[in-house]
Design a protein around this ligand. Structure first.
Ligand SMILES: [Ca+2]
Length: 295
């Protein structure tokens, strides 16, 4: 394994651990063991070992994609907030730029995702209530939970449960009693904890159940499940979304390509794909034959 590979992975994993507060900082740990564990973390958290490239030249979204595919790998994809910060750091001007997210509008083109990056949604691991998801009134793109799950309009307001991977206050889950829309709840959880509670392992854990039993067993709560028609240019199934809710209005058929608003904290909006804008490409720096699983 080349020094570069180890170093890149180490740096990225270090950033990931800083974000996620992994406790791999025991001073007595020998370097070799340390390295081994770091690489283990790499495999475990599927770190993204790609680089972002900001292209100043203004192109339509399709032209930008062709340019990225020819010169790099594809238009930029974003796995989580750590990636988003790296993408912003690679920008050379504070303007609006294309990323590799696009929409194929249509009721049948929606896909379910968990809000927490890396938590895969699978059809056979769900707990829908009888007759749900019924998508009535259309569109019901967010999920509330009482005993079982039901789809609901994302603009409705409910209390919600945040997942906290840092175990803030010694707790993995935090029940927030304020009534918020699904997107407001997601923003709150990402700002104060990690994300909305996501995945069956979390939502049906003993700690989660105890929290509900003690405080909110009969109340509807938002969980981190949503569906949309947005997908990544390279086919990745990343669930991370970072919409600027002041300017983004999903479902507009003439605005189906995503931009990052670098002057607005990098949050995303949608625009007509024929507009000409700077853009971000990504490329994979490492080959994947090294044993590191770095998608
Ligand atoms: Ca419903």
């Amino acid at each position: 394994m080349s020094v570069y590979r180890v170093k890149s992975c180490w740096i990225h994993c270090f950033l990931q651990m800083k974000e996620k507060s992994f406790s791999c900082d025991r001073a007595t740990m020998q370097w070799s063991l340390f390295l081994l564990l770091l690489m283990g973390q790499c495999v475990f958290i599927t770190c993204q070992l790609y680089e972002y490239h900001f292209i100043k030249e203004q192109m339509s979204w399709d032209e930008a994609r062709a340019y990225c595919r020819e010169n790099y790998t594809d238009l930029a994809k974003v796995f989580d907030l750590t990636d988003m910060r790296r993408l912003q750091d690679s920008a050379q001007s504070q303007t609006e730029a294309w990323i590799g997210l696009y929409s194929e509008p249509g009721r049948d083109n929606r896909r379910w995702h968990w809000s927490l990056p890396g938590e895969e949604y699978t059809e056979n691991k769900t707990c829908w209530g009888t007759g749900e998801p019924n998508d009535r009134p259309y569109p019901e793109n967010c999920v509330r939970k009482k005993d079982k799950w039901a789809d609901a309009p994302c603009t409705h307001t409910f209390p919600f449960i945040c997942y906290d991977e840092t175990m803030k206050d010694n707790k993995t889950f935090h029940l927030i009693g304020e009534m918020k829309t699904w997107t407001q709840a997601q923003s709150y959880c990402r700002q104060h904890h990690t994300d909305l509670a996501s995945g069956l392992d979390q939502i049906y854990s003993e700690e989660f159940k105890e929290l509900l039993n003690s405080k909110a067993s009969k109340v509807n709560l938002w969980i981190g499940l949503f569906r949309d028609t947005w997908r990544w240019s390279d086919g990745s199934n990343f669930s991370f979304r970072y919409w600027d809710m002041d300017s983004f209005n999903d479902g507009l058929n003439n605005r189906t390509c995503a931009t990052t608003l670098l002057e607005r904290s990098g949050r995303w909006s949608s625009a007509g794909c024929d507009q000409r804008k700077p853009f971000f490409c990504y490329d994979v720096k490492l080959d994947q034959t090294s044993g590191l699983i770095c998608s």
